[in-house]
Design a protein around this ligand. Structure first.
Ligand code: MN
Length: 738
């Protein structure tokens, strides 16, 4: 039996049972197939393909599909899917012939005699795969999957025909009884779609996923599908608004291009909703556009143009041209803020990259004049060889299966909860990401982690397949340093939100204290009229906002005293909340709230001074900071402090890179930064005429690592200067304070 479609053997084998109208339909389908092939392959080997049709039609005579159609129809449709991938004549013939040995009296020797070794090897592999029952008990399934990999390793084309076969079976799934449909849909989602992803055959992978999803979760499928269809008009209008000015710029710069707006496939929308715990609206809010150009350098040029027109969300720039994905996928990815403040995902690639992105490994058997480049196929074969070698070393079938599934999802990873639930995370995610993935409260009170029963630090990079356990404590709260190591957007935004709320609350209570003191001095409450006037004077939206600004020091306490004609008491010593050390030692004042000035961003190694400020504890400035030269007469408030940096602390430094703009300048600069293991926190990229001025905020350990970073960027071709943005020329340096 073929892998899943019910065939009925003819009652009297050999008797010709096809109806005349059915015959016409089959001939029609076949000539449509030939026409389709001729469009991309003028040198198609029609004789070979006709010979395959004759051979298969005779072999399958009298057999029908569950749909009632003559069986040969399935062979033609499978070949048609291969033609959509623009495959060569041998592959098309294999599509037509794929079930002859499996489902008829024909032997593999018959095929070899008629078509030769090349086709026979592929058909033999397919026949063996078809004999495997994949959805059998775990042990057996693992063994079968293992065999499937082995057969594919003999000739990778086997697996391509298998994908096409499976896709046509999925397209005709409605004709099977519902129990069987579920089993096949499940197997497709578990085994075939991930395998198609591994081989980069995106076009097939997404359709397999969507059909399987449709039968497994029909209600969810319909909900997403309807929502997608309902928003088409609105989305189209937005795309045009975004693309029109961009197209004009590209035309002005002579960059020939094609643009597509693309929808994510339905299943990937669903997965994203589940994984990021987002509503459908939030996912549709992200618009995705693809620009296809002729050359690699035009890709980078186009990126530059887009970034000069729209603000990029810098952490989202990905260069898969310089470093292709495991399945040879290449593209530049960026996310920018489009008109109306909407996020737009942009993919930029060449036509050739586009073909590889859609068809993956199949691209190597596409019809083309020059034929196959063996080097490129090697990278896929490496993977297969590795799997084959590794399966021979893994005696436990279930363990092999477990690891293979991990490997198939290589760009994502899976870890287990203590109960054995699978949690999907991006690579390099930490236990903190894991904790937030479970529940925001678990993340916010996460106090420790165990990986495979051993205690690990919270910034440990998790590996696929590990068991992770989180301990929580009601008095534990997020550490701002987690922002440097977490990988998921969910963890990052929840930590940021928590920090901001914390700061707001602190400022609010300090502000309330100050107001209470003022009211005490005045002997009466502040009237509503005074409040109105104060809010207006300091441009505050409301009274709470005013109090927060006062507590945070944005509005000076002194000027409020002046407003009410009061004299401020000198040096009110306020008990400031105890803080964990932040890399500074201050003699005699251990529990001071310490922060670093945003104006000069001091680093360990810089000469520094501490200033006591109202409401914000001590702020550390560089001694050469412009802001303290203005306040320096108030010497009482300046306090001598020392660095006492700890190894795991990072500090923010701002640098400005200037240079002559060229196509990959930005990516070369970011590569140089990455080389020093410094993290880019944010960036502002601007281009004027021929000059690029890029400002970066980077996380560094100290002055020495910043200097190394600057040295590294100066080596980049075209860069004319790299400066610490706030560094003043040495002549302006302030005298040192002892
Ligand atoms: Mn088949």
């Amino acid at each position: 039996m073929s892998e899943n479609q019910e065939t009925q053997k003819a009652a009297a084998p050999g008797r010709f049972t096809i109806e005349p109208m059915e015959l016409v339909e089959v001939v029609d389908e076949f000539s449509k197939l030939l026409e389709k092939i001729e469009l991309y392959n003028p040198h198609v080997d029609k004789e070979l393909i006709k010979q395959a049709l004759r051979f298969a039609a005779v072999a399958h005579a009298g057999q029908r599909r569950a749909s009632g159609k003559p069986f040969i129809y399935h062979g033609i449709q499978t070949a048609d899917i291969l033609a959509d991938l623009h495959l060569d004549s041998v592959m098309i013939a294999c599509g037509i012939l794929h079930d002859v040995v499996e489902d008829t009296a024909i032997t593999i020797e018959d095929v070899r005699r008629e078509f030769g070794d090349e086709i026979a090897v592929i058909i033999e592999g397919l026949t063996k795969i078809a004999g495997l029952k994949l959805m059998s008990p775990e042990e057996q399934q693992a063994g079968n999957f293992r065999k499937m990999i082995l057969y594919s390793a003999k000739d990778v084309r086997t697996v391509l025909v298998k994908f096409a076969d499976r896709l046509h079976n999925m397209r005709t799934l409605e004709f099977l009884p519902s129990e069987k449909r579920k089993v096949i849909a499940h197997e497709t989602l578990e085994v075939f779609a991930p395998l198609a992803h591994r081989f980069g055959v995106y076009a097939i992978k997404t359709e397999l996923e969507d059909i399987a999803f449709r039968w497994l979760q029909p209600a969810e499928y319909r909900r997403i599908n309807n929502a997608l269809e309902n928003s088409v008009a609105q989305r189209d209008a937005y795309f045009i608004e975004f693309l029109e000015p961009l197209k004009e710029r590209l035309a002005a710069e002579n960059v020939e291009n094609q643009s597509q707006w693309r929808l994510k496939n339905i299943y990937s929308v669903y997965k994203k909703m589940v994984r990021d715990n987002k509503s459908m609206e939030e996912i549709y809010d992200i618009f995705a556009i693809r620009i296809i150009v002729n050359t690699v350098s035009e890709c980078y040029h186009t990126l530059g143009i887009i970034h000069s027109m729209f603000t990029p969300v810098v952490e989202r720039i990905k260069d898969f041209i310089a470093t292709p994905k495991f399945n040879m996928y290449q593209s530049l990815h960026t996310t920018v803020i489009g008109p109306g403040g909407r996020m737009v995902e942009v993919q930029i690639r060449t036509f050739e990259m586009h073909q590889t992105a859609e068809t993956g490994i199949a691209a190597h058997w596409r019809y083309k004049e020059g034929k196959v480049e063996p080097d490129e196929i090697d990278s896929y074969m490496d993977w297969l060889r590795r799997v084959v070698e590794w399966q021979s070393k893994t005696p436990e079938a279930s363990e092999f299966m477990h690891e293979l599934k991990m490997d198939l999802f290589q760009d994502e990873m899976f870890v287990f909860t203590p109960k054995g639930d699978l949690i999907q995370l991006p690579t390099d995610a930490t236990p903190v990401d894991f904790a937030f993935a479970l529940h925001s409260e678990i993340g916010l009170h996460c106090s420790g982690a165990k990986v495979n029963r051993r205690i690990v630090p919270l910034d440990t990079k998790l590996q696929s397949g590990q068991w992770v356990e989180i301990t929580t404590h009601p008095n534990k709260y997020p550490n701002p340093n987690w922002l440097n190591t977490v990988k998921t957007a969910k963890a990052r935004s929840l930590i940021r939100r928590w920090i901001k709320r914390q700061r707001d609350e602190e400022n609010f209570s300090l502000g309330m204290d100050m107001i209470a003191k003022i009211e005490k001095l005045r002997g009466k409450k502040i009237s509503d009229a005074d409040k109105e006037e104060l809010m207006k004077k300091y441009y505050q939206r409301n009274w709470d906002q005013f109090i927060r600004s006062l507590g945070g020091g944005d509005i000076s306490n002194h000027s409020i005293h002046n407003f009410f004609g009061l004299i401020e008491k000198k040096q009110e010593k306020r008990a400031v909340t105890a803080r964990p050390p932040v890399g500074i030692s201050i003699q005699g004042m251990e529990n001071l709230l310490v922060s670093f000035a945003k104006c000069c961003k001091p680093l360990p190694g810089d000469e520094i001074l501490g200033f006591i400020t109202r409401g914000r504890g001590m702020v550390i400035h560089r001694t050469d900071c412009e802001n303290i030269t203005q306040n320096i007469n108030d010497s009482e408030r300046a306090i001598h402090v020392n660095w006492e940096p700890k190894d795991d602390l990072f500090f923010v430094a701002s640098i400005r890179v200037e240079g002559k703009n060229r196509r990959s300048l930005l990516s070369d600069i970011t590569a140089a930064i990455a080389k020093t293991n410094c993290n880019i926190r944010s960036a502002r990229i601007s281009t004027k005429d021929d000059n690029a001025i890029d400002d970066f905020d980077v996380d560094v350990k100290n002055l020495v690592s910043l200097q190394n970073l600057i040295k590294e960027i100066r080596k980049v071709k075209g860069v004319s200067s790299v400066l610490r943005r706030d560094m003043r020329s040495p002549g302006n340096m302030l005298k040192r304070h002892e």
